[in-house]
Write a protein that binds this ligand. Structure first.
Ligand SMILES: NC(=O)c1ccc[n+]([C@@H]2O[C@H](COP(=O)([O-])OP(=O)(O)OC[C@H]3O[C@@H](n4cnc5c(N)ncnc54)[C@H](O)[C@@H]3O)[C@@H](O)[C@H]2O)c1
Length: 326
């Protein structure tokens, strides 16, 4: 059976990638600094969790990373380990080590795996784009200029460039995906975790302020996870990079949508007027060409699915509210 190696799999997107693969009966290796299945424990029961193999590892440790990928005879790599915008802003050197050098280490190990490797997908980000006002009104495809305004966005742009060079120099194919604001259970850190935290706070009956406002593209985490898996498995060649469109909306309209589905949440969720500074009207024709239909959960259904999981956790006494103050 083909083996999947997921870096950063204890994170939000990673946990959903692992859940999808376990649901399909695949053999999954989690490579993460963190051994605690905090988010995975929300999605998998103990029996399912016991089928996942956990490796404590740092993507900056090229020797360990390479040894694990070769020794475990990995067929598919999905590279998600990374530090988010606030951490890269506070410590750009660490951000570059993990997000750029860590990604080089993953590509090196993939190169060594040679023709045994069947697919490599990695997380870039919509943060490679600049603010809305840098672009025109039409949806942006992958040919739009990259004008990132954060170290994080620059690191992701650098990874896309390195992926191109790996294909040119070594014919190593890869697919980079550019998620925007991923939401859903497990999303508890980073600027764009605000909408998910707001839903959690509302379930707990607490007020919450999302620290940004204006245009955003919202993507349900299970869709994002399925898209990563589909890109890793697509067998296409080249250094491909894709936008994901998601639900293009404003934060203010998202709040209205939530209140439309759950009138009892009225007045609990607010947002500031600070823009995110990343263009949100993205085209995903490239992704459609790569995988066919892009998994896209309608926003209202994504909100309902998220709230239902939070309500279940609350009933079980497992709704962790510690992220709401962060
Ligand atoms: N969540 C989003 O909205 C979003 C949007 C665009 C891009 N992305 C990218 O997608 C990827 C996954 O995002 P996420 O939201 O799941 O992130 P997350 O912060 O929830 O998880 C990241 C995981 O990486 C692990 N990690 C950090 N440094 C590591 C290291 N040196 N070695 C090994 N593991 C390490 C962490 O322990 C954590 O489990 C990231 O690369 C992120 O930049 C996410």
């Amino acid at each position: 059976m083909a083996r999947y190696f997921i870096t950063g799999a204890q994170g939000c997107i990673g946990a959903w990638v692992v859940k999808n693969l376990v649901d399909r009966g695949q053999e999954v290796f989690v490579y993460d600094l963190d051994l605690e299945p905090k988010r995975l424990g929300l999605l998998l029961n103990p029996g399912e969790l016991s089928r996942v193999q956990f490796i404590r590892g740092d993507v900056c440790d090229s020797e360990q990373l390479n040894a694990e990928i070769q020794r475990r005879q990995i067929a598919y790599i999905i590279h998600l380990a990374g530090l988010q915008v606030p951490t890269c802003r506070a410590n750009p050197k660490l951000g570059a080590m993990v997000n750029v050098v860590g990604t080089i280490n993953v590509f090196e190990a993939a190169r060594v795996r040679g023709t045994e490797l069947q697919g490599l997908a990695y997380a870039s980000s919509a943060a490679v784009f600049g603010p809305e006002e840098d672009y025109g009104a039409s949806p942006l495809d992958e040919s739009a200029p990259l004008l990132p305004e954060t170290h994080y966005g620059v690191f992701k742009q650098c990874n896309e460039g390195n992926a191109r060079v790996y294909f040119k120099d070594h014919q190593l194919s890869s697919a980079g995906l550019r998620p925007y604001a991923v939401y859903g259970p497990g999303r508890d850190f980073g600027i764009t975790s605000g909408p998910t935290k707001a839903l959690k706070a509302a379930v707990a009956g607490r007020p919450f302020e999302i620290k940004f406002g204006g245009p955003v593209s919202m993507q349900f985490v299970d869709d994002t996870a399925k898209t990563f898996i589909a890109c890793a498995e697509s067998r296409k060649r080249g250094a491909r990079v894709y936008n994901i469109r998601g639900a293009v909306i404003t934060v203010e309209a998202f709040i209205q949508s939530v209140e439309g589905v759950y009138p009892r949440f009225k007045g609990l969720i607010r947002c500031t007027s600070n823009p995110l500074g990343i263009a949100s009207n993205l085209a995903e024709h490239g992704l459609q060409d790569e995988i066919g239909t892009v998994p896209t959960t309608d926003l209202q259904r994504g909100i309902q699915a998220t709230v239902q999981i939070f309500e279940r956790l609350q009933k079980e006494g497992r709704l962790d509210l510690s992220d709401l103050d962060g």
